[in-house]
Design a protein around this ligand. Structure first.
Ligand code: FMN
Length: 214
């Protein structure tokens, strides 16, 4: 069982890594645990309209540089994760999800409970497209939060990145053909001993300014 101070220590240890040590690789068993951890992220209605692309190939990582404002983290990291949302969601996806839920929990698909759930999900996904895109994007940010915390607890360094051109990345990875769109880049690895950002004091508001007690 973690102590609350263990979590706080991890949050203090974490920073947005600007320079990774190119000689160090995150072991694949840790990557597996991390991917399972993100897969457990809570999502709206549990629909998981997101996916994670894992990039290990050095040449492919290098091709991200031009799409990420030359931020070197995308190249020097051990693994580059691309957090993506779905491009669309339709009745077929809803039915797949509802069937999986019924099967996993051993509930009759035709039961009023499951059919009521199906109707609720269908009404949510019948919103206008721009709202749906925002809704799916929000889920990716929840996954980002979990990922940053999970990495910090495992003492894996990371950098959350919005500073890239999603169109360029989507094209590079052929994401459109996979029904996906990139939302965030998430390079992970181990900090370089010369990354000055590691020792910068955190710039945060005081707790008394940050918390509203009513
Ligand atoms: C959604 C999001 C996007 C970010 N995009 C970038 C980025 O493109 N490049 C970068 O170096 N840092 C990026 N950052 C890191 C922030 O600048 C950093 O988290 C913030 O300044 C606080 O510093 P700390 O995380 O080191 O405590 C991003 C952070 C978040 C949460």
């Amino acid at each position: 069982m973690f102590k609350s101070s263990d979590v706080l220590d991890a949050m203090k240890w974490r920073y947005a890594c600007k320079k990774f040590d190119t000689t160090k690789k995150v072991p694949e068993e840790i990557i597996d645990d991390l991917l399972q951890t993100i897969n457990l992220t809570a999502t709206s209605l549990g629909m998981q309209l997101l996916k994670v692309v894992v990039i290990r190939d050095q040449e492919l990582k290098e091709r991200f540089l031009e799409h990420a404002y030359k931020q070197q983290q995308v190249v020097d990291c051990s693994h580059l994760l691309v957090l993506c949302r779905y491009n669309s969601v339709d009745e077929v996806l809803v039915d797949e999800y509802v069937s999986r839920s019924a099967k996993t929990r051993n509930i009759d698909l035709a039961s009023p409970k499951i059919q009521g759930f199906r109707n609720m999900v269908l009404s949510t996904v019948s919103q206008p497209n721009d709202k749906k895109i925002q809704w799916m994007t929000n889920q990716v940010y929840i996954a980002l939060g979990n990922l940053m915390t999970a990495c910090a607890m495992m003492r894996i360094d990371s950098c959350p990145m919005e500073g890239f051109n999603p169109r360029g990345v989507d094209e590079l990875l052929g994401l459109h053909e996979l029904g996906l769109a990139s939302v965030l880049l998430f390079p992970i690895g181990y900090r370089h001993c010369e990354d000055v950002y590691a020792d910068y004091p955190k710039v945060r508001r005081s707790i008394s300014d940050f918390v509203v007690e009513l």
